[in-house]
Write a protein that binds this ligand. Structure first.
Ligand SMILES: [Ca+2]
Ligand SMILES: [Ca+2]
Length: 292
């Protein structure tokens, strides 16, 4: 992805730290160090990488610029938000006065809650029932209206971790309104949450597809060990595991395709007979998307 940081180096030890965010679709993020100057020797040691959690905050929600372009003092309504001045003092009252041809920046010091969906999910080919762990991968989730035609209200992309947990941030949802959770993964059968829809409370919605088959619409999941998984094998994402998926896997298997491919259902980075067998079983059982 080419994110780059430059540091000077000196004849004594110096500590540096920085945060980077790899592209979530990049399966092979690498970290390298390099040298710009023609010195023959330098040391880099004690390199540690930590995963950190960050919360996205829209800067326009945190601070606000009030501009008065007129020749008379203007009044601005603060809409009930508790702002602070830049020196940290509280703004009293629900309006501010901005003198002619001037401006003022106020800071919203309140907690801003971004609606978050905490999702538990497993995908058949990626899930190991012995360790109860999964390979981590990208997932897209649509929140949809609970009434026909079940229109998309919002969408988010995240990566589920090895425990199958993904946290997804949404912008256009509200507490107390029911939505269908529609999970889209690159080579498994799309899944919908159980009939009726789910709602956020205090901007949080927790939903677990893995413990009970009834949590997936139409019980459209496969039990592996004690957990439920979305069916693998919809390589061309047309909503069914069928002959077209099998032929795509077969073609790539005969050319010994290697890498992060949709045809690699068990995520060993090889497209081969194991992937073909998995898809073939699901095609035999006529696995398709079951939606409201
Ligand atoms: Ca298909
Ligand atoms: Ca494979």
């Amino acid at each position: 992805m080419g994110l780059r940081r430059l540091y000077r180096f000196e004849p004594f030890r110096r500590d540096y730290s920085f945060i980077f965010k790899p592209d979530t679709t990049d399966p092979a993020t690498t970290f390298t160090t390099g040298m710009k100057l023609p010195d023959s020797l330098y040391y880099v040691d004690n390199v540690h990488m930590y995963k950190v959690n960050v919360q996205k905050i829209d800067s326009t929600e945190k601070s606000k610029l009030f501009i008065n372009e007129t020749s008379s003092t203007q009044l601005f309504d603060l809409n009930g938000i508790n702002y602070k001045n830049l020196d940290g003092s509280n703004v009293n009252g629900n309006v501010i006065h901005v003198p002619p041809f001037s401006s003022k920046i106020l800071v919203n010091d309140g907690e801003i809650l971004t609606p978050v969906l905490n999702l538990n999910m497993f995908v058949q080919g990626m899930y190991d029932p012995n360790s109860q762990q999964t390979v981590s991968d990208t997932v897209r989730v649509y929140l949809r209206n609970v009434n026909p035609p079940y229109q998309k209200v919002d969408s988010a992309v995240s990566v589920f971790n090895t425990s199958g947990l993904a946290s997804l941030d949404f912008q256009n949802v509200s507490d107390g309104i029911n939505y269908y959770i529609n999970v889209v993964h690159r080579n498994s059968i799309n899944a919908w949450s159980k009939s009726g829809g789910e709602s956020f409370s205090s901007s949080i919605l927790n939903y677990d597809f893995t413990n009970d088959s009834s949590m997936t619409y139409g019980n459209n999941v496969l039990k592996k060990g004690v957990k439920y998984c979305f069916y693998s094998g919809d390589v061309d994402k047309d909503g069914a595991v069928d002959l077209s998926d099998l032929s795509e896997i077969d073609n790539l298997a005969s050319s010994f395709a290697v890498g992060y491919l949709n045809s690699d259902l068990n995520y060993d980075l090889l497209t081969d007979i194991a992937d073909l067998t998995l898809a073939d079983n699901n095609a035999f059982n006529v696995i398709t998307v079951i939606s409201p």
